[in-house]
Design a binder for this molecule. Sequence first.
Ligand code: ZN
Ligand code: ZN
Length: 391
Amino acid sequence: MLDRAMDLADELVRLRRDIHQHPELGFREFRTAALVAESLEELGIETRTGVGRTGVVADLGSGNGPTLAIRADMDALPIEEQNDVPYRSVNPGVMHACGHDAHTAMLLGVAHLLRQSLANDNWHGKIRLIFQPSEECGDKDGISGATAMLNDGALEGVDAAIALHVISDLPAGICYFQDGYSLASVDSFKAWVRGDGGHGAYPHKGKDPLFMLGPILSYLYAIPSRQINPLRPTVVSLGQIHGGATSNVIPKEVFIEGTIRSYEKEIREQLWEEVEQGFKLSESLGGSYEFQLTKGYPAMLNDTEVNGWIKSSASDLLGEDQVAEREFGMGAEDFAFMTRKVKGAMFNLGAAVPDETKRHHHTDTFDIDESILPIGAAVLAETARRFITGS
Ligand SMILES: [Zn+2]
Ligand SMILES: [Zn+2]
């Protein structure tokens, strides 16, 4: 499988660069989806387009048996690319800065590889290729690509789902795994703390929301260390605070926005209450508050059995020294919605470019080592082949 994937390397680079050069934001992946559908149809694979708005789904094989879904995301980010490369983004202010271009190219590689296997092997079941839109953000109702695809039945009849994410600052070609909870649930909140403002010289005549912020911030930052079981990963971070306009006017209102992350449902729900509790302190200081919680992605749960399938394919293809365990951290992924619907697992594929430039995800100098494209495609395709042939 790896040799056959290596033969595809040039084609995968071509596809990845084509997608990279023409990045599109969430739910606007029109060109990308058309390219995906066209590439699949060239391989004689029937596609369903417009799934989850701009997503594409294709089934391979028709045997009676279980179905494995492989998911790639197609969306880019609102970033102006700074890389001086021939495949630099031609869309101003939009860039593939998370590697979803590579995910899409690799899943097209999987289609190539499995189509070849289909002819030779004894298939008992189906492989569903899922090209989803908008992983990075939700629409105005908070619906992101995975949920949109689920709502359109993309996982109907599916028994298990797998995916990969490239990581631009880990050694190229190494596959990383984590069992169980591996990425966090992510919810955001907005709050307005209100007093009645007044002259800075006469603070005793009004209620000062900036002053109220003192105990509120202490409380919020102490939630992980004082309110939550220390054995449960928890993050409460503030992203912005705005209040006031000049030196001698006490404002009427302060605005605060932040993110809440955790692994377990009970902790997640406890956090929703704890954070609001922090803002309630304004009331004991004579003020008031308004609190808005926006629920985002759940935590990603990697199924140990499914992880095991990918892991053994990876170590057989690449060698055991190319497979490692790693804590994924408190980031989030909307593939988590799919791992809640069916058992599933996502692995990480190191993709660091061997140079000195910082190429962190979601930055304008992000890039990957393209030599990993056939590796990722081979690991996914081999996992699928074994799933279908039982060997
Ligand atoms: Zn991202
Ligand atoms: Zn991503």
